[in-house]
Design a protein around this ligand. Structure first.
Ligand code: LMR
Length: 436
């Protein structure tokens, strides 16, 4: 072929391909894509960053800050990273559901209380727990939601009112049908246990039910062990499938083993085949401070080892086309912390200190708040990273506009943003917006 012919042919192909492109562009109406609203939680940080007031306070996202207002790396995590740097000699892909070592650590830590929980031990021995590493807590929620959408014929998922702002989005995007059950009553700033039970009893049998294991997000109000027992009886009678979200293990008492009454009870009921199956989403984002490392897990408790094989194979099939396999840095840190002599104790100690500071700022804020026309006692009943103030969206917006205090509009304050330098300023700002 002559050069000029070749050029003509290439030009023709080019024109055809641009025609094709412009026709696809017309199918996608770029100018009709609506602007999405900012994320209810992460959007707060964006607004905070753009504020030039030197007194600004970020009480939005649930991420720990020290008394100087700075993010931290747990000393135990730093030590694990040093060890990792010395030892690591490959960056290979981990299996689709994470390394066996990571899976076993999670199973043993959560379901067997590192050797202290006989029920969990039996489930592990019977191969009734399938664990996969996931992209932190949100990733694990999405994986289980996709899994349920594929294999669980009832798409109804009952979620507490209120719940973490992202839960409903995760479940809806996965094709499930979220519906609220009563949980908290803002007018009395307390748990609404009677209506909680009523709404569960009135919900369709065999629904999926979302339970927060501890440090309920956003309210910080948890059920007592007696209340959990009652709820679990309803779950058993109604044949619900429990899906537990545990993002803050350790933040209630400072000790991870003390915070998991619900898991221990569910494990017992699974062992006795009263609630034979359930699932648990968990992450090390908060309790090891591995936020950006995106390190978490999904565990599905099955009725028998044959089911486990099928479930595991389906988890692999589900995860592979989404993100292939999870990141390795965070899971290796977890492995080292659990394996290296003394390091786990150091981690538990680091965590305990973090929770201690949160409890201190909770009481300091409480002390400085004006109680003459507002009862703040609920602050002391709530646990974990948040206080659910009961402030109205208008009051929260006033805090933002007049005092550069940033919190989510539901009145949730992430108290790790409070420290000795700003607690006075914050309390004065709150006292101002609640004045009648
Ligand atoms: C929160 O509730 O603030 C955290 O869980 C962070 C997040 O991703 O929303």
């Amino acid at each position: 072929m002559y050069k000029s012919q070749l050029i003509k042919q290439t030009q023709k192909q080019y024109i055809q391909s641009t025609r094709f492109l412009s026709s696809t562009c017309q199918l996608l109406k770029w100018n009709e894509i609506p602007l999405a609203p900012p994320d209810k939680i992460l959007g707060i940080t964006e607004a905070y960053i753009n504020d030039s007031n030197s007194k600004k306070i970020n009480l939005g996202v649930g991420a720990y800050r020290d008394n100087q207002g700075k993010p931290i790396i747990f000393p135990s995590v730093k030590r694990a990273e040093e060890i990792l740097l010395q030892k690591e000699n490959e960056k290979e892909y981990t299996p689709i559901i994470g390394s066996k070592k990571f899976q076993n650590i999670v199973k043993n830590f959560i379901f067997n209380n590192s050797g202290k929980d006989a029920n969990g031990e039996q489930l592990i021995k019977d191969n009734r727990i399938v664990t996969s590493q996931t992209i932190s807590g949100t990733g694990s929620l999405r994986v289980i939601a996709d899994f349920l959408n594929r294999f669980y014929s009832n798409k109804k998922i009952l979620v507490p009112k209120p719940t973490w702002a992202n839960h409903v989005a995760v479940f809806k995007d996965a094709g499930l049908d979220p519906e609220f059950y009563n949980y908290y009553e803002t007018s009395i700033n307390d748990l609404d246990f009677e209506n909680l039970k009523k709404s569960l009893i009135n919900a369709p049998n065999e629904s999926v039910v979302l339970l927060h294991a501890c440090c309920h997000n956003p309210t910080g109000m948890d059920l007592t062990s007696e209340q959990w027992d009652e709820v679990l009886q309803i779950i058993q009678d109604k044949k619900f499938f429990p899906l537990v979200d545990m993002a803050y293990q350790g933040f209630a008492s400072g000790k991870p083993y003390e915070d998991i009454y619900l898991i221990r009870k569910l494990t017992k009921k699974a062992n006795e085949n009263e609630i034979p199956t359930f699932a648990l989403c968990q992450s090390f984002a908060k309790n090891m401070g591995l936020y950006g490392e995106r390190t978490g897990s999904i565990s599905i408790i099955t009725a028998n080892s044959n089911d486990s094989k099928a479930v595991e194979s389906q988890l692999k099939k589900l995860i592979r086309p989404i993100y292939s396999s999870p990141p390795i840095h965070g899971s290796k840190i977890v492995e080292i912390i659990f394996e290296e002599p003394g390091l786990k104790d150091q981690w538990l100690n680091d965590l305990n200190k973090v929770v201690g500071r949160l409890n201190t700022v909770r009481s300091k804020l409480y002390e400085k708040l004006d109680k003459s026309n507002y009862n703040w006692d609920h602050l002391l009943k709530q646990r974990g990273m948040f206080v659910y103030t009961g402030l109205t969206p208008e009051q929260v917006i006033r805090l933002r506009n007049e005092f550069s205090v940033y919190a989510t509009e539901d009145g949730r304050f992430s108290i790790s943003g409070i420290n000795d330098n700003n607690v006075e300023y914050l309390a004065n700002a709150i006292n101002e917006v609640i004045k009648k």
